[in-house]
Design a binder for this molecule. Structure first.
Ligand SMILES: CC(C)(COP(=O)(O)OP(=O)(O)OC[C@H]1O[C@@H](n2cnc3c(N)ncnc32)[C@H](O)[C@@H]1OP(=O)(O)O)[C@@H](O)C(=O)NCCC(=O)NCCS
Length: 339
């Protein structure tokens, strides 16, 4: 769906990020499972990842990222009337992490809910926020991707434990001049692929029991090569469609921010789109795959590094468990574009 010309729009007013202090390197992993730094670097592009402290939960990282985003947007917590947290690792199954976050921030009884769309969560969440703000129903939305994936990582499974890390990224979404902000989006899913990436136990299908714990069913289970093939195709298709729906072509895209799951997936999708690598944001070497946090984390870092300027067209593309995919094109706001 593209935004309708002339209709009110919504865009990102400010971004923030948070990562845990502790770093786990590939050399550390060599001592834990049968792997090598060389295999991890060449097959995935990951060199290290940040790991939450035992007492650190998704809402803690979300809180830090949100404070930064609110400050950068020059918006007070009391002004926020909508909070959406995209996560597959909420503090608890319920209540929603968004409610815990809103309370800690001091927001004034906002609408608050979690959204689960695997690693595409942030792209889904920002699309929902854009619709709710552009309609005029809400004024200031806080959209967060926050994950403590290392809590559901099987540290005995070398095929998955080398891939994931913990982080949060946040964005404040507010109204803006038509023709700026979020220009288009594409969201999709294919539940037939639900079994290639999941956490089998702990939900209503398979509750927690001694057997499920013994059988290691409370961890991430993944068929890596199936996800890989799906990812390159889904990213290419949704990115192309979203760019077209924004009325742009690939040469108009100033910055491509893909979900950070594997450097080979990122470079293959950029190649498929015909985008040169200097227009691609890649930070997987530092953080690994942080699921819903990866896109807002990369966006916030790119902004801090001065890679994002007013008027830039930025393409965000995600894929993940579900299977889900999503892409959005946004035009970065000038202060004068805010409404
Ligand atoms: C996981 C991934 C890096 C594996 O790379 P790959 O090239 O597909 O590798 P394969 O799974 O075919 O495994 C190749 C070999 O490496 C081995 N291997 C797997 N993990 C290893 C590790 N950490 N260290 C050393 N060897 C490893 C496998 O056992 C296999 O050995 P075999 O050929 O003797 O059976 C890659 O498939 C991937 O990134 N997939 C997408 C994952 C993803 O994005 N998930 C999250 C989605 S949001």
């Amino acid at each position: 769906m593209e935004t309708t010309p002339g209709m009110p729009s919504a865009g990102i007013w400010g971004v923030g990020r948070a990562v845990p202090a502790r770093v786990l390197t590939n050399a550390d992993l060599e001592a834990m499972v049968d792997t090598t730094d060389e295999w991890i670097r060449t097959r995935t592009g990951i060199e290290r990842r940040h790991i939450a402290a035992p007492d650190e939960a998704a809402s803690d990282l979300a809180y830090r990222a949100s404070r930064q985003a609110l400050e950068n947007a020059d918006v007070a917590a009391e002004e926020v009337d909508l909070v959406i947290v995209a996560t597959v690792t909420p503090d608890m199954l319920f209540p929603a992490t968004a409610c815990l976050l809103a309370d800690r921030l001091g927001a004034n009884k906002p609408a608050a809910f979690d959204l689960e769309a695997g690693c595409t969560g942030f792209v889904y969440a920002i699309t929902v926020a854009e619709k709710m703000v552009a309609s005029g129903a809400y004024r200031r939305a806080l959209v967060v991707g926050s994950e403590i994936l290392t809590r559901i990582t099987d540290w005995e499974d070398r095929a998955t434990c080398v891939l994931f890390g913990d982080a949060a990224g946040a964005a404040v979404v507010g109204p803006c001049r038509a023709g700026t902000g979020i220009l288009s989006h594409v969201l999709g899913s294919d539940g037939a692929g639900g079994d290639v990436l999941n956490m089998p136990a702990g939900g209503s299908r398979m509750g927690t029991s001694e057997e499920t714990v013994r059988d290691r069913l409370h961890y991430i289970h993944m068929s890596g090569s199936d996800v890989f093939k799906f990812a390159v195709r889904a990213m290419g298709n949704s990115a192309t469609e979203s760019t077209q729906r924004a009325g742009l072509d690939r040469d108009d895209i100033d910055l491509y921010i893909p979900h950070q799951a594997n450097h080979r997936i990122i470079t293959a999708s950029a190649k498929r789109l015909g985008l040169p690598l200097d227009r691609v944001v890649m930070n997987i070497q530092e953080y690994g795959n942080t699921s819903s946090a990866s896109i807002p984390l990369a966006l916030a870092e790119a902004w801090e590094d001065g890679r994002v300027a007013a008027g830039d067209n930025i393409l965000l593309v995600g894929f993940g468990a579900g299977l889900t995919w999503g892409a959005t094109v946004l035009r970065w706001l000038d202060d004068g574009d805010r409404r």
